[in-house]
Ligand binder design. Structure first.
Ligand code: MOS
Length: 695
């Protein structure tokens, strides 16, 4: 009867493939009208004139809202505004802070009429020269106020001493470009006011964050805002914090006194909802004759906007990935005239493991030690920052993936594994992601008919939340899953954290389990007349003390075979074998899908993805999926994932560490290392394209 651990199909699969899943923008709302956001064509300066006369004359147009007449709201960070909250652009002044910033909202009875009227706006600017890249302003790099997790700088021992002691040394700079998330479903909001109460149908990773932020924007109680979001067509971080369009849709709904639907266009996805910021990462490593690390230094500079601060925490993993007496890590940011970046799948670890795992490969090569053997010699049995790991099965990951991949067949010399006109390269790396967690709440209801309804106000980004929560609930209730229905996606339900940081199952799962166990207790003592009615149990979990005592991380080991065609110039990932240890796996089918999705994105990150910003105008040149390249079927080989089940008694009551993000970590380094092995050419700047191999 146990359903946790079984490879159960997604319970929402049929709804999704038959088009009956109600995404936010699919919600039928009577009398809804349509809004479009008009964006700036300059990157810095101010609006000197905005003429909406022609636009307002068009049939069906209900309003043109700009800084001249928009309702006064709070666009800045609120009282609780931490490093995860963004400053919004809500038409409160004529200032232009970045290219393609919202400058007006046009509302009409149909989408086409709104789009047409938007094209008739006449806008004049006073433009100033914009700083479009951090390379133009490196002298202004400063230590950030805060990271979302951890401190900007951390060190132990002395890297200087460690480098003097070293037999082999390496100092290199690795860079990663701006990237944009582009989930299949772009962002969108339907805003409905009933008096001073606001209902939002919004595509979001966090209904409660959205509720709280909108209550601050409009200065109304949290209880007056309700956010509903039953299906999300991908999130990846860009839906983790509320962006301007959500408030703009609610402002427009107020102005026209009708429900307003506002969908972000694909080009707007590149400026309105955050991006992974460009990083410059300087790494220094030293090791002795046996390959033992004597020094690890990782200094990161990343892009932020001039008016807000987001830090890509790319050096965090270098504090604990390998055992070393001398470690130093720093983060700095450079503010430029660009939109504020944000979390993007494994923010920090994805770009950071590219740099550190490339550098480790380079040092192993200098020391003439096999790169896998080099990593094993520097294995960290406990976190160098001082705490024991709650569990760590990285050694088993290395062994299992190396054996299945056939790593032993690798000949160490670059260009030594040719196959016809293809150069063959084998590369590997270490993957890692923290086991994040927050307290959460859930409700379980026993119905007189013997069925159960379980609710938590969480989200399913396509990851499988509906399915896995139902499995957890069924086991805790000791009933088959057919008798359990799990609901999510409404801020009237019990509060849970944002679905980010791979923490949904680890946070909400224990709450669901505990609510169901409490319900069973209540049912055991219920009298017959109680059982004729619903019996309800609602609980809120606290974070276990073990979170202060242990270092909690998932680990993994991706191995890749790359083929570089010397005649055609193609760079292709031909094979991936990766092993991960992420605590307990609750559903091998949905888990495998997360690992494969992360690896697929990692292949794109390694070889294709790059948002190109024009230095002269500050505008993005890549602004659709024709110019912004992501992998398609022909780019992706068979991906073979081995999951190492771990028993972790400290992480939470479910024993899971989270699996949504680790797949994109390590893989870019493994590919860069394989490209070096294939060609003898080290590319330290993502994405790895043919021109960089020729250069
Ligand atoms: Mo993820 S970048 O924490 O949504």
């Amino acid at each position: 009867m146990k359903s946790v651990g079984a490879p159960i199909d997604r319970l929402d699969a049929q709804k999704k493939v038959t088009g009956t899943a109600t995404y936010a923008m699919d919600t039928e709302v009577t009398k809804v009208v349509h809004a479009v956001i008009v964006t700036s064509t300059i990157a810095k300066g101010s609006i000197s004139a905005l003429d909406a006369t022609a636009a307002k004359r068009e049939p069906g147009v209900l309003a043109v809202m700009s800084h001249l007449d928009a309702p006064k709201v709070m666009a800045g960070k609120g009282k609780a505004g931490g490093p995860s909250e963004r400053i919004l652009q809500l038409l409160q002044d004529p200032l232009i802070l970045y290219a393609d910033q919202p400058i007006a909202v046009v509302v009409a009875d149909t989408l086409e009429r709104a789009q047409h009227a938007a094209s008739l706006l006449v806008v004049k600017y006073t433009a100033e020269a914009a700083v479009a890249t951090i390379e133009q302003a490196l002298g202004t790099a400063t230590t950030p106020k805060a990271l979302a997790h951890g401190k900007p700088d951390w060190s132990r021992g002395s890297v200087e001493v460690g480098l003097v002691q070293a037999k082999f040394k390496l100092e290199q700079t690795y860079t990663t470009p701006n990237e944009n998330h582009n989930p299949m479903e772009p962002h969108g909001t339907i805003a409905v006011w009933h008096g001073d109460e606001l209902t939002l149908y919004d595509s979001t990773q966090g209904i409660f964050g959205c509720r709280n932020r909108l209550s601050e924007v409009f200065g109304i109680a949290k209880e007056k805002v309700r956010v509903i979001d039953q299906f999300v067509g991908g999130g990846f971080g860009c839906k983790g914090t509320p962006w301007s369009h959500i408030a703009l849709s609610a402002m427009a709904a107020k102005v026209v006194n009708r429900p307003v639907k506002l969908a972000i266009t694909r080009p707007q996805m590149f400026s309105l909802v955050g991006h992974r910021p460009h990083t410059i990462q300087k790494i220094a490593l030293g090791c002795d004759a046996e390959g033992k690390l004597t020094a690890v230094r990782h200094d990161v500079i990343s892009e932020t906007s001039r008016f807000d601060e987001f830090v890509e925490p790319s050096a965090l993993q270098s504090r604990m990935l390998y055992e070393c007496a001398n470690i130093s890590t720093t983060h700095k940011v450079v503010g430029i005239d660009a939109p504020t970046p944000t979390f993007m799948r494994a923010p920090g670890e994805s770009s950071g493991t590219f740099a550190i795992e490339s550098a480790i490969d380079e040092l192993a090569f200098l020391a003439k030690i096999d790169p896998l053997e080099f990593r094993i010699r520097n294995y960290a049995s406990s976190d160098p920052q001082g705490k024991p790991f709650s569990s760590k099965s990285l050694r088993q990951c290395y062994e299992a993936a190396a054996a299945k991949f056939g790593w032993a067949k690798r000949t160490p010399t670059p260009r030594s594994m040719r196959d016809g006109h293809e150069l063959v390269g084998y590369g590997m790396a270490t993957a890692t992601y923290p086991a994040n967690q927050q307290s959460a709440s859930a409700k379980a209801i026993a119905r007189p008919d013997g069925t159960f309804l379980v609710q938590a106000g969480t989200q399913d980004l396509g990851t499988g939340t509906y399915t896995v929560m139902t499995q957890i609930a069924a086991d805790a209730l000791e009933v088959p899953i057919e008798r359990v229905r799990f609901e999510l996606g409404d801020s009237l339900m019990p509060e849970t954290p944002v679905s980010g940081g791979s923490m949904t199952v680890g946070s909400v799962g224990p709450a669901v389990r505990q609510a169901c166990i409490a319900l069973r207790g209540m049912m055991a003592i219920a009298r017959a007349e109680d059982k004729a009615k619903d019996i309800v149990a609602e609980i809120k979990t606290e974070l276990a003390k073990d979170h202060d005592l242990y270092s909690m991380h998932s680990f993994g080991a991706p191995f890749v075979e790359v083929r570089v065609d010397e005649d055609l110039g193609t760079i292709r990932v031909a094979r991936v074998v990766a092993a991960y240890a992420c605590g307990k796996i609750l559903n091998p089918k949905t888990a495998n899908n997360q690992f494969v999705g992360g690896i697929t994105w990692g292949i794109g990150m390694a070889l294709q993805e790059e948002t190109v910003r024009d230095r002269r105008t500050g505008r993005n040149v890549t602004r659709d999926l024709a110019d912004y390249h992501v992998p398609v079927h022909a780019d992706i080989p068979t991906i073979d994932v081995i999951s190492i089940d771990e028993e972790d008694l400290h992480v939470n009551a479910i024993g899971t560490k989270g699996i949504g993000e680790i797949g994109i970590t390590g893989i870019t380094g493994a590919i860069a290392n394989a490209v070096f092995h294939a060609t003898g050419k080290r590319v330290r700047d993502l994405p790895i394209r043919l021109d960089k191999l020729l250069g």
